[in-house]
Design a binder for this molecule. Sequence first.
Ligand SMILES: [Zn+2]
Length: 215
Amino acid sequence: MSALRQDSPSPRGHRPLTAADTAVSSSDQPAGSRTQNSAVPRRGSLMQEPVLVLNATYEPINVTAVRRAMVLMLKGVAQAEELHSSEVHSAAHSHRVPSVIRLVAYRHIPQQSRALSRKNILLRDRNTCQFCGRVFPSSELTLDHVVPRSRGGRSTWENLVACCYRCNNSKGDRTPEEAGFKLARRPRPFTLHTSRQLMRLIGHRDERWRKYLFY
Ligand SMILES: [Zn+2]
């Protein structure tokens, strides 16, 4: 971890925030690259835009939404490192929304602090059914116990995978081998590596994340 950081230029020393970073034309707005939304983000959707969260040491630790990031800034817990090209308006002010924030105080993040949850398992498996390999919206996926619970399979990172309803039904109370299914990948707990890859996936359209994620 520390070796990786030393190899890379410190984000702060890398390039100071310039006027060009803050005065971005509307064509730079992430909404432009979206397929579902109209060209101009609705305020609600802007508040849901992903924000990269850095530890005080500039280590990327999480992804949150604009709304939550702004709460952390208001509380003085975090400060903006990079700004989004869009702003939100209140009665008297307009606020640039953050694209990257950094915690003011260092927070120790245990390697496997990710909660075992449906959301995180779908995130790890990238919303892909681990048996048929197709990508589904979250609402069309369930969690499958690779070794069924009735056979002693536990609810762990290693035994839970994203699964479409069709595969889940046809697998039933059998192991993948018995059902003639093959797992797309061996399920693993979230690791720092996995998280960083996910952060890159989530942030691939935001240039401002790059220097913190080294891609
Ligand atoms: Zn499937």
